[in-house]
Design a binder for this molecule. Structure first.
Ligand SMILES: Cc1cc2nc3c(=O)[nH]c(=O)nc-3n(C[C@H](O)[C@H](O)[C@H](O)COP(=O)(O)O)c2cc1C
Length: 171
């Protein structure tokens, strides 16, 4: 499968089989996060692998969008490692770096025969509290992942693209 085919075929999976994800596949997704590019190679991505029943119950209690996935990655930024912009006051690369890492993981999941869905609709402060995260770690997004259930299918939004002519401007 070409990269573009993989990217097009990936869709947000919102229904998961009960089957656990093998440790090798989890490791491969984490490797994909490790090799992602980061500003000034700061590598501020910090990833929590939520898979114990207790931890899953906690994340499900504060987020309605985990879709009963057997595995949820919580991708965070480490404020002590992110690159600080000299141009924009208070702005750093942490969120960008973390989301590039999450993109790598999402595409790696597809390559490994897994499904995933990017989730932003949760309160990072609550996530911080339930997992007792240190001050310098800021949750950015969640990535529930696992084997798609038999009834999993793309939403009508998938493959509904704005035309490139509208999206792209040549200068
Ligand atoms: C930054 C971001 C935040 C998102 N947040 C959520 C979310 O909180 N809940 C959810 O069900 N899907 C969420 N999604 C998934 C999008 O709705 C989905 O990617 C989009 O509708 C395109 O569909 P597709 O991924 O199936 O191609 C998010 C995606 C991105 C990139």
């Amino acid at each position: 499968m070409s990269f573009l085919e993989l990217a097009r075929e990936r869709y947000s999976v919102r229904s998961y089989a009960a089957k656990a994800v093998e440790e090798e596949k989890i490791a491969a997704m984490l490797k994909a996060a490790q090799v992602s590019p980061t500003a000034k190679n700061g590598q501020p991505q910090k990833i929590y692998v939520i898979k114990s029943p207790e931890a899953l119950q906690k994340i499900r209690s504060i987020c309605n969008y985990t879709f009963n996935a057997p595995l949820v990655f919580m991708i965070c930024k480490d404020n002590t490692l992110s690159w600080k912009s000299p141009y924009v006051e208070g702005y750093d690369s942490g969120e960008m770096d973390a989301t590039i890492a999450c993109t790598h993981m999402m595409l790696a999941a597809k390559d490994l025969g897994l499904g995933s869905v990017w989730v932003m609709l949760f309160d990072p402060a609550k996530a911080k509290e339930i997992f007792n995260l240190p001050d310098h770690i800021q949750p950015v997004c969640l990535l529930p992942a696992g084997y798609p259930a038999d009834d999993a299918k793309p939403s009508p939004f998938h493959q509904k693209y704005r035309p490139l002519e509208e999206m792209v401007t040549e200068l």
